[in-house]
Design a protein around this ligand. Structure first.
Ligand code: AMP
Ligand code: MG
Length: 330
């Protein structure tokens, strides 16, 4: 009898050790924060190859920046801007197709050719209100209609291509494929205002757009999606008592003024969540909700009166009592 008892204890110990060993290998967690793409990036993963995934993700972001940055003279985007187009690499073809689609379906509210217009505002450096005549002239030379794509041949007949509205979302898509290959089960990747959540029922906070940036005002519960927020708090400056921010109304060349202060979009695709957060911010509440729904995305719109309007499929908890959840009447 005693022998049988010992036997079971040994079996239980073996199972426990095997479980702990399995857990140690497959549930390794690792995290890292670094600065790239002009923003803070943080990567947290749980899975078998957690450490390798971190360094692969960092390399991937590094390479993307070299591909997409219009401020890097050696990037592919800089070459396209310099040469009025060219033959696109495989990855860029897909990105351009998506950006042209969002530009058209947003009626031009999304316009990724405003690089020269943004430069006149010097956002991020020494921002200033540009000379009006120069602004109008530069705006007239811009416009997504100047971009044509045929197969992998891109022609640019005006404007400066700027991936500023989508680089962070693209980074999430690229990191997602690294995570999938490594069979990572849980992860939170944050690239500026865009976050990729892998795993069930993750929580993500929406930043306070009108006050303490360190506090979130609402929490979304989500699984396996990308979430991007565009806000008027980014690259904000004041001149003669008036506030300006970096999201441009392509009709005027001036920052958008429609009462919105932040727009959050939830999508399976990072490039779409990022493009649509910018597009919907420019479009305003009604047209913005319609566009998000057209793309099958969920959205959270916040206005300057602290009203929060959400699409039907969002699971949101408002954690700041100064903000009101209002129902959207179509
Ligand atoms: P986001 O923070 O994702 O909304 O991106 C804002 C960035 O997108 C700006 O800093 C510009 O580089 C660029 N941008 C500004 N206005 C527009 C617009 N109307 N359409 C597309 N990109 C824009
Ligand atoms: Mg964006």
């Amino acid at each position: 009898m005693k022998k049988i008892g010992t036997f079971f204890v040994v079996i239980a110990a073996v199972i426990l050790i095997a479980f702990l060993a399995w857990d140690a290998v497959f549930n390794k967690s690792a995290s890292k924060s670094f600065f790239d793409m002009d923003t803070v990036i943080s990567v947290e993963v749980i899975g078998k190859n957690a450490e390798e995934v971190l360094s692969e993700s960092e390399n991937c972001i590094n390479e993307l920046d070299k591909l997409l940055s219009r401020h890097d003279a050696d990037s592919e985007i800089s070459s396209l801007n310099r040469n009025s187009g060219g033959t696109l690499s495989y990855k860029l073809v897909g990105y351009f197709q998506t950006l042209l689609d969002v530009s058209r379906r947003s009626g031009g509210a999304f316009d990724f050719t405003l690089g020269a217009v943004s430069d006149l505002w010097s956002f991020g450096y020494k921002p200033k209100v540009p000379d009006e005549a120069e602004l109008k002239k530069t705006l007239a030379q811009s416009g997504y209609e100047n971009i044509s794509l045929s197969g992998n041949a891109l022609t640019v007949s005006g404007g400066i291509i700027d991936f500023g509205a989508v680089g962070k979302g693209i980074a999430l898509d690229e990191i997602r494929s690294i995570l999938e290959k490594a069979s990572v089960r849980e992860a939170v990747i944050s690239v500026g205002g865009s976050v990729l959540l892998i795993g069930n029922d993750s929580k993500v906070g929406i930043r306070n757009p009108l006050g303490d940036a360190g506090r979130s005002i609402a929490t979304l519960t989500l699984s396996d999606v990308c979430v991007s927020t565009s806000g008027s708090y980014e690259r904000k400056f004041e001149e003669n008592g008036k506030a300006y921010h970096h999201i441009i109304n392509p009709e005027t060349g001036y920052p958008v003024e429609n009462g919105l202060v932040s727009v959050t979009i939830v999508s399976e695709s990072g490039i779409l969540s990022d493009a649509l957060s910018t597009a919907c911010f420019v479009l305003g509440l009604e047209k913005g909700i319609a566009l998000a729904e057209e793309y099958g995305c969920e959205a959270v719109f916040i206005d300057e009166n602290k009203n929060i309007t959400v699409t039907d499929g969002i699971q949101i908890e408002v954690t700041d009592s100064n903000y009101n959840l209002v129902s959207y009447e179509q």
